[in-house]
Design a binder for this molecule. Sequence first.
Ligand SMILES: [Cu+2]
Length: 163
Amino acid sequence: MKNATLGRLTGAGLLLLAGAVAHADPCKVVIESNDLMRFSLHEITVPAECVDVEVTLKHSGVMPAKVMGHDWVLAKDSDMSAIVNAGLAAGAARGYLAANDNRVIAATKIVGGGESDTIKFSTNALMQGIHYVFFCTAPGHSAVMRGKFLFGVTHVAQVGNSN
Ligand SMILES: [Cu+2]
C-alpha cells in the first residue's frame, strides 16, 4: 500500500518535471498556423548549443489541408523562391515540395485544421551567421507565411550590440 502510493507520487513528479523541461528546452519549437494563412511566429531563434532542433507545426484552424494546408520549410533566404517555385511545379500530390530538393534543410508535411507534424533535424547543416528563413510552400502562402530563423543568435546579438 505504502509503496504503491509512493510510486504514484514519484510518477506524477517525474511527469511534472518532464513537462517543465520540455517547455524550457530552446531546441524544441512549436509553431502554429491557422485558417487565416498565418504562422504564430515571425522569428525563431535556436541557440548554437542545440545538437538537434525539433519543430512541431500545428494547424489550429478547421479548414482541410486541400483548402488551407500548411507546411514548415527551412532553407537559406537565397533559396526560398526557387524552392517555392519547384514546389508549385511538384503540386499538391507531392505536398508542394519537389522530391529530393537538397536546398531544403528541413520540412514538415502539409497539415490541415486540427493536425500537426513534428520533425527533428541536426544543426550540423546550419552555420552561424547565415540568414535562414522558414516558410510555407502552399501556393501563394510564402508571401505572408514566412519568418527569420536564427541559429546561434547569442553570438549575433553580441556583435550587434557592439555596433
Ligand atoms: Cu500555408
